[in-house]
Write a protein that binds this ligand. Structure first.
Ligand code: SAH
Length: 460
């Protein structure tokens, strides 16, 4: 171990920063956030520091560094652009036993500063012992994405309950078990969703409840976007890494499924080889059953769960059964296809509104409110419309939309095999057949489609 890691209480401690530029300002910001009483030594200050002096947050000694400035100082940072001055500061501090760091100059450091993930009071510090700071920063970026923003609030709440837990649960073992169970249950998610009072109440209840009471399950209805894993939300990713059971169907791509926790049980509820999907009622029941067993159940949905996803039906049943649930939005495939095909769905010159409709048939017919879809300034996006594309285009023409209106089909949007076919209302259907386009694909209809040629950034 090259360095000993520690967290320093700097409240009301005198800290001195030598140097008045941007690097100094960055260090001063951090030290001040930790409660340090800040003094800066520099002949001149950058704008931010000059303002901090005016605001009374910073004392400025308009001078060059000299040892007399170190009196009563706990910690010093040398942030000048002169190695020689940094060395001088380092040696003066060493002689007095003061903690000292020279920015980017390990030879003049008694301590070094880590990359941090700040979820105060929870704090993660990462260091490569000064070797490869970029590596520490990369790791930090990964952790930032992985750790919910409100993790600190959870830590704070747990700390608030510490004494109460200690007085109720007398051994270290029972306390550990209590926290393990509590943190694996629904309470953290309540905190992450900003429901602080409900979380506190639930914590109070579980503290007074029988410790052998069954663990409570919950269902997370999670939209995972149009298929490209980069388009997942942080929330979706975190839940995928905590789930006990995952229910998924055809629209959830293999690379996304790969990101689910390895030992989670995977349940496929999509279309089987006989082309029959698991009936919706059965999926609803499965969700309830797993949650009632105390499992953390993830229901992964393509795109957004509330856009043609039957998400509403699934959670209705959960609500009736009294199962806790949460719904996580995803990028709907219309948004994914639009961006990845370079076809904006609205545009000041071409379309003032956009309507999402389904091409799914009921009793053999596509039933849409056709007269509402024929305005020349309206973009129409059709989900589940591959098989019916001919009928849909014909109906629009029949109800008055210009047959020359541009129309596109986007197959496997956002995935590496994405294909875009562009035509008009009169010839799109034939092109789709000629090219053998298959679901999942979306139809985009409207003048905006003409922008594709100019705005596409992927090959068709
Ligand atoms: N909830 C989903 C839609 C489910 S309906 C969402 O918000 O996107 C299923 C239809 O979505 C498919 O028939 C297809 O029209 C569309 N779809 C889903 N993923 C797609 C993709 N990657 N590319 C094109 N269309 C897609």
């Amino acid at each position: 171990m090259n360095y000993f890691p520690l967290f320093l209480n700097l409240h009301d401690q005198n800290c001195l920063v030598v140097g008045g530029g941007d690097v100094a300002a960055r260090k001063i910001r951090l030290l001040a956030a930790a409660g340090g009483k800040m003094t800066v030594v520099a002949p001149a200050l950058c704008e931010e520091l000059a303002q901090a002096v005016l605001d009374g947050k910073l004392i400025h000694l308009a001078a060059s560094f000299n040892e007399s400035q170190l009196q009563n100082t706990r910690l010093v940072i040398a942030a000048t652009n002169s190695e020689e001055v940094n060395r001088q500061v380092f040696e003066a501090c060493e002689a007095r036993g003061i903690l000292v760091n020279a920015v980017d100059d390990p030879a003049s450091c008694r301590f070094i500063t880590p990359a941090i993930v700040d979820r105060s009071p929870l704090m993660i510090a990462i260091s490569t012992s000064g070797g490869v700071p970029v590596l520490a920063r990369n790791l930090r970026a990964q952790l930032e994405a992985l750790i919910p923003h409100a993790y600190g609030d959870l830590a704070k709440m747990a700390a608030d309950f510490r004494d109460e837990v200690k007085s109720k649960l007398l051994t270290v073992g029972t306390r550990k078990q209590f926290w393990e169970q509590t943190l694996a249950g629904p309470i953290p998610d309540m905190v992450f969703a900003g429901q602080y009072e409900a979380a506190r109440q639930a914590l109070r209840e579980s503290l007074s409840a029988d410790t052998d009471a069954p663990r409570q399950g919950a269902v997370y209805l999670v939209g995972c976007g149009p298929g490209n894993p980069d388009l997942l939300t942080f929330r979706a990713l975190r839940l995928m890494q905590q789930a006990d059971v995952v229910l998924y169907d055809n629209l959830v791509s293999a690379p996304i499924l790969d990101m689910v926790r390895r030992d989670a049980e995977r349940v496929y509820v999509g279309k089987k080889s006989n082309n029959h999907a698991v009936p919706q009622e059965e999926i609803n029941k499965l969700l309830v059953r797993y949650a009632q067993k105390g499992q953390k159940v993830l229901r992964l949905k393509g795109g957004d769960p509330f856009i043609f996803g039957r998400g509403g039906e699934e959670i209705e049943e959960l609500a009736e059964a009294g199962v806790a649930f949460e719904v996580v939005p995803g990028i709907t495939s219309a948004a994914g296809a639009s961006c990845y095909a370079g076809i904006p769905l609205t545009h000041r010159d071409y379309a003032q509104s956009v309507t999402f409709v389904t091409g799914h048939r009921r009793d053999g017919e596509v039933e849409l409110d056709w007269p509402r879809l024929v305005s020349p300034t309206e973009t129409v996006v059709v989900y589940m419309g591959v098989a019916q594309v001919g009928k849909i285009c014909a109906q629009l023409i029949k109800h008055g939309r210009n047959p020359a209106t541009p129309a596109a089909m986007v197959e496997k949007a956002t995935l590496s095999k994405q294909r875009v076919v562009v035509g008009t209302l009169s010839d799109l259907a034939q092109k789709v057949v000629d090219l053998g386009i298959k679901p999942p694909a979306l139809i985009i209809i409207g003048e905006v489609v003409c922008l594709h040629e100019k705005l596409k950034w992927l090959a068709d």
